[in-house]
Design a protein around this ligand. Structure first.
Ligand code: UDP
Length: 248
């Protein structure tokens, strides 16, 4: 925090994970530019507070590898995962244009080389873009099949030395049970990584949690559908559920 004058941003640099569901209307699939613009508007406002922002995108609004192959053997599961990674690239292109229309400087970086569409993801180059105040959109996950974009987000948060991993979801945070099915589910304000494991809570996939716990990367899970929440989360305000190590 700044000692005098304007308060410094709570986070210097964050990785924001946005699932594919943020790119379509509730209960639908594909890409809705209204939904993308809603995210872009909030992100631009948040970036004006000085926090460096890298966004890792999911692709579930178009295709998830594991779901696509379940019940069929005509597509190898690895192929389906590559298709899922390509879905994230389409989302990235849409978000980039939405952000730029709002006057934002952006870079789209892909983990699968795709000249003519996006820059290759190179850690040092991504950091340079962030230092220059550009919003960096990271697509194609890790570039490897059989994992999800949650794992990619954890990986990027660690290698870019982010202060936190912010996971934007369609529910208010982490609940004791599925809030869309159980109206009595309790919303947690704070959890430790061990709480998440012990109670088998749905925060991110196990691999992502393990990575974050190992390097003590805080995870904030919050609802992106509530206007202003992306901005609040990036400013370090208490929204949703914070998963972190127990205070010593
Ligand atoms: N995927 C992959 N490797 C990665 C990231 C993603 O194979 O590093 C594939 C995987 O099939 C996944 C799909 O891309 O299901 C789309 O990503 P995800 O399901 O994480 O999207 P979200 O649920 O966040 O919308």
């Amino acid at each position: 925090m700044a000692e005098t004058g304007q308060a410094a941003p709570h986070y210097k640099r964050i990785v924001l994970k946005i699932s594919g569901e943020g790119f379509c209307e509730s209960g639908q699939r594909g890409i809705s530019m209204d939904a993308v613009t809603h995210i872009a508007r909030q992100t631009v406002r948040a970036s004006q507070h000085g926090t460096q922002i890298a966004i890792v995108l999911g692709g579930g609004n178009i295709l998830r590898g594991a779901q696509f192959t379940s019940g069929t053997s005509s597509v190898h599961e690895a192929t389906a995962h590559y298709m899922g990674m390509l879905a994230t690239v389409m989302n990235g292109l849409a978000l980039q244009d939405a952000l730029e229309l709002l006057g934002c400087d952006t870079r789209l970086m892909t983990a699968i080389k795709m000249d003519g569409v996006a820059e290759p993801y190179i850690r040092r180059r991504a950091r340079r873009h962030l230092d220059k105040g550009r919003i960096v959109i990271l697509v194609a996950g890790t570039g490897s099949p059989f994992v999800t974009t949650d794992t990619a987000a954890a990986q990027r948060a660690l290698e870019l030395d982010a202060d936190a991993l912010l996971k934007a979801t369609r529910v208010d945070g982490v609940f004791s049970d599925d809030p869309e099915k159980n109206p009595h589910a309790v919303l947690y304000g704070e959890l430790t990584y061990d709480d998440v494991r012990r109670q088998n809570l749905r925060v991110m996939d196990q691999e992502a949690i393990t990575k974050c716990q190992q390097y003590n990367m805080p995870i904030l899970v919050f609802n992106f559908r509530k206007e202003g929440n992306i901005e609040r989360a990036i400013q370090g305000q208490r929204v949703g559920t914070l998963v972190h190590e127990e205070e010593s």
